[in-house]
Design a protein around this ligand. Structure first.
Ligand code: BF8
Length: 630
């Protein structure tokens, strides 16, 4: 069962062969069964927003159906479909933040959730104009949470965090009328305006899309990152390991997978509880081995150094090892197929969120009011399942790599202080980073983020692009599954500096960092947004001027479309390695890949060839340097 998309992966082949012998179906079987994708959907020209259709427009201009029954053109239909993708992506990220705000609201000194980063809370309180003088830290936290929750539904005003953007961005968004209002309102606006018989003007639909994306980037996701740091601690640099080789032969293996840190944090604590560890030993195991996957994996990796089992596309492979006692999931990026797949093994597939009940899963609802107690219940189920492991069905790959993770903005800025003999006043600022870029020691910076997608060879695009960047003295920051691809390939180790150009290598050596910095989960793309913004502010310019680019080489989710849109709207060029479903409208495609530059100073570039995409990124960086006169 070979597949083009797997050629790059050393460990997938044997595990997929094993799946075949075990009678287990994988995404690659389904990919083959699918034969080909729907050509209309692929181009974004299938409209099913009302029951007169679905209307499928002809992909050939001037031939066949050029309009839907209501008269909607390809431009309208493509723009509406794109907008709805962004609305869904913004919803997923922002709802994640809403959960965290509720958790912040229930923090208490003797509860399961406490305040870990008081300084960050106080700083946010100041920004929210919350009185802090002489008040209990938990009273402050609760008031901050209430104000944060109002960002979702307030009837008037705009997102508070847009004040964090450069003055240039704030002015532009105001002039264009795209300042994001309440987060939920922007999603509702899209759903309303794309209802049958509403907006048909492509550019106005895109403006609504921008508002929702900005309400995610400068709203939901940014709130998510800040609140997560406040409750669980702002990440600092730490060592860990990544890949399926992190599973252990003689331990109870538990995989946490999904996104929201409220659950996974408690599973970390539960699995370290001495009584629970003893229970594992009493049941014949040497202990408990907790590993992470997808963005939950990033959360527990960044904050606790919990080892990473793998990326999005490895979720089935992890079960096929036959060595997992439990897969514990909450929301987003979880294959429904895991339920059936787990039945081929002894693995318990445990769903926990009312937002993502999974057919065929064992359901243990997670309730923050009894967080640790429920986490212990889940870990206990996994332990008691250890005896059911069939040793004949176990195949744990050897591959794993060391990585250094935990690069919050504080970690990066603190580390880079070592690069120059800064005067003390300039310590703790982005000056060293800005100086390195201006001097050409670093040619620029690239964020490489996003998913895996069977349309392209898994991890290959991420790694090709990352390696091209660092070889050319472009420092790389990574999040999401791109970060995990880098971790598995050893690019998050200090030793990866040997793959870097002279300037970047010198920076790595002076600071003691790898050339690729793991900044967290997909919600944490806002760390990248803020870092870029701080450099722009320091240099007194707007973001589009900077030699900085973003790439989602293997993106697949609606969240990625929202992220890409908020980055472009924030003045950062975005390079995509899989084609979004927009090519059915030449006008809309041209708008995304050219027209946006006149409006936002940044645009999308799409190329499925990672070498060409990397070259386009480097060219853009050099073009920006030339324009800056550096
Ligand atoms: O939010 S990178 S596959 S895990 S969507 Fe999902 Fe994509 Fe991975 Fe996290 Ni992001």
């Amino acid at each position: 069962m070979s597949h083009e998309a797997l050629k790059f992966d050393k460990i997938a082949g044997p595990l997929i062969e094993k799946a075949k012998q075990d009678g287990a179906e994988t995404m690659w079987d389904r990919d083959v069964a699918m034969k080909s994708r729907c050509g209309f959907g692929d181009k974004g020209i299938c409209c099913k927003i009302c029951n007169m259709g679905p209307c499928r427009l002809s992909p050939v201009e001037g031939k066949g159906a050029q309009r839907g029954i209501c008269g909607a053109t390809a431009d309208t239909i493509v723009a509406r479909n794109f907008a709805r993708m962004v609305a869904a992506g913004s919803s997923a990220h922002s709802d994640h933040a809403r959960s965290l705000l509720h958790t912040l609201h229930m923090t208490s000194p003797d509860g399961d959730y406490q305040i870990k980063d008081e300084a960050k809370l106080l700083s946010l309180a100041k920004e929210y104009e919350v009185e802090t003088e002489g008040r209990d830290i938990y009273d402050i936290a609760h008031e901050v949470a209430e104000i944060g929750l109002m960002e979702f539904g307030k009837p008037f005003g705009t997102q508070r965090f847009i004040k964090r953007a450069t003055e240039g961005r704030q002015k532009l968004w105001k002039e264009l009328g795209v300042e994001p209002r309440a987060i939920d309102r922007e999603v509702v606006s899209i759903m309303h305006s794309t209802h049958i018989g509403c907006a048909s003007d492509m550019e106005s639909i895109y403006a609504l899309t921008v508002k929702s994306a900005l309400s995610n980037g400068w709203g939901g996701s940014m709130i998510g990152t800040d609140v997560s740091d406040i409750i669980f601690g702002t990440p600092t640099a730490r060592q860990s390991e990544a890949n399926l080789g992190c599973l252990e032969e003689n331990m109870v293996n538990i995989l946490v997978h999904g996104h929201e840190p409220g659950l996974s944090e408690m599973i970390v604590f539960a699995s370290q509880d001495p009584e629970i560890v003893q229970l594992a030993k009493d049941n014949g195991a040497e202990g408990i081995n907790l590993v992470g996957m997808c963005c939950t994996g990033n959360e527990v990796l960044m904050k606790h150094g919990v080892r990473l089992a793998g990326t999005f596309y490895q979720q089935e492979l992890a079960v096929i090892t036959g060595a997992l006692e439990a897969v514990v999931v909450d929301v987003q990026c979880i294959f429904p197929a895991l339920a059936t797949l787990s039945e081929c093994y002894h693995t318990k597939f445990i769903a926990t969120s009312p937002k993502a009940k999974m057919e065929g899963a064992r359901y243990i609802e997670f309730d923050e009011e009894r967080a640790l107690e429920i986490a212990k219940e889940i870990v206990t189920e996994a332990i008691l399942n250890y005896k059911n492991r069939d040793r004949n069905k176990v195949l744990i790959p050897q591959e794993k790599n060391k990585s250094t993770v935990g690069f919050s903005i504080n970690t990066i800025v603190g580390g880079l202080d070592k690069v120059v003999n800064s005067n003390v006043d300039q310590l703790g600022t982005v000056k060293p980073l800005a100086d390195c870029i201006m001097a050409g020691v670093l040619r620029g910076a690239a964020g490489v983020v996003g998913c895996n997608n069977p349309k392209v060879a898994h991890d290959n695009s991420h790694l090709t692009i990352i390696k091209e960047m660092i070889k050319n003295d472009v420092i790389v920051v990574v999040t999401g599954c791109a970060a995990q691809a880098a971790a598995k390939a050893g690019l998050l180790q200090y030793e990866a500096k040997e793959l870097a150009g002279r300037g970047l290598k010198e920076v790595c050596e002076r600071v003691g960092i790898p050339p690729v910095l793991h900044m967290g989960s997909c919600v944490d793309n806002t760390r990248i947004l803020r870092l870029v913004t701080e450099v722009a502010k320091y240099l007194g310019v707007d973001t589009p001027v900077l030699p900085v680019v973003g790439a989602a080489p293997e993106w697949m989710s609606e969240k990625a479309v929202s992220i890409g849109t908020y980055f472009v709207s924030s003045g950062v060029d975005v390079f995509l390695g899989t084609v979004p479903p927009v090519t059915g409208s030449a006008r809309f495609t041209d708008y995304l890949t050219n027209g946006l530059e006149d409006v936002y100073g940044a645009k999308f570039t799409v190329n499925e060839d990672p070498v060409q995409l990397a070259q386009a990124m480097l060219d853009r960086i050099e073009e920006k340097r030339t324009r800056l006169g550096i």
